[in-house]
Design a binder for this molecule. Sequence first.
Ligand code: XLS
Ligand code: MG
Length: 343
Amino acid sequence: MSQFKFSVGPWNIADGTDVYGPATRKPVSFEEKVRRFAELGFSAVQFHDDDAVPDISSKSEKQIVAEAKEMKALLDKYKLKAEFVAPRLWFEPQFRDGAYTAPKKEDWEHAMWRSYRSIDIAHALGCDLIVLWLAREGTLCLESKKPVHAIRQLIESLNRMLAYDKKIRIAIEPKPNEPVDRSYAGTMGHALALASMTDDPKRVGGLVESAHSIIAGLEPAHDMAFALAAGKLWSVHLNDQNGVRFDQDRIFGAENLRSVFNQVKVLMDNGYGSHGEYIGLDVKAMRASSDAYGFKHLENSMKVVELMEEKVRRLDQKAIDAFVAASDYEGLEMHILEHLLRA
Ligand code: XLS
Ligand code: MG
């Protein structure tokens, strides 16, 4: 049994469509996803704004809140909470050159409208966290934006959200690229630097996604440690990634077991979850998997967390300290490998 509470977003149940080919699995209704999430033992659902309120830009503020309240009733039916709401500012063509760093004023204003609606939806769903994956905040053509001006406009966007609602908290989910070519906020270091430049830094923190750290060439456990040291690790997206390439959203543990062990260790060692934080997943079943196995990657990821929790609990820290005291790092390395490899 895990010591953590888990959360997941509906986009984790994907139909196999990728940039090179169509769906390989039948679509699953939103309610069926929520029902299965509850059945699998998740405690909360992660939302995009337009997961809670489809076609959000075509609706009035009143209608948006009404539909968000209907979504809350669905969560209550399955005894699930909402973890966060993330404005999905990478779908609408209007945001093709960025949302918070959009060069055209009307595009930036629409991004702010979507962000305020995300805050309204969060309140209706009963949560106080907004996640910003800054998917298109950067450049495709390097000279298309003045970087200092764009970054200051991004900070102003955060300030306007913080001013719109005095309770909301914002977790920035950094990623160094994809879909944008060069991101303005590629790592947790950038996210926490942005937080420090806002009008209310204590309400701006971070979400570490394992794969995003790997794509940046960094160790996810150290990115988590960096945010934990600042008291600002407010969510995680545990998954895995085979090296620096497109975001694979592989199951947690699929590629990098040593790192995965250290990610769980740093979370356990530092009381992650004790202030209500969830273990969030951001994983997708392989395109080749059939309909019957369209949820198995969620079960597998949770199972890996539980197995690694057991490995962390059984770790002998005194033995580690003794190897370090003797500067016997080869001995320490083998001690850890045997610990991981033995049943
Ligand atoms: C990128 C993001 C994305 C979700 C949440 O990894 O987490 O998967 O849409 O914004
Ligand atoms: Mg993610």
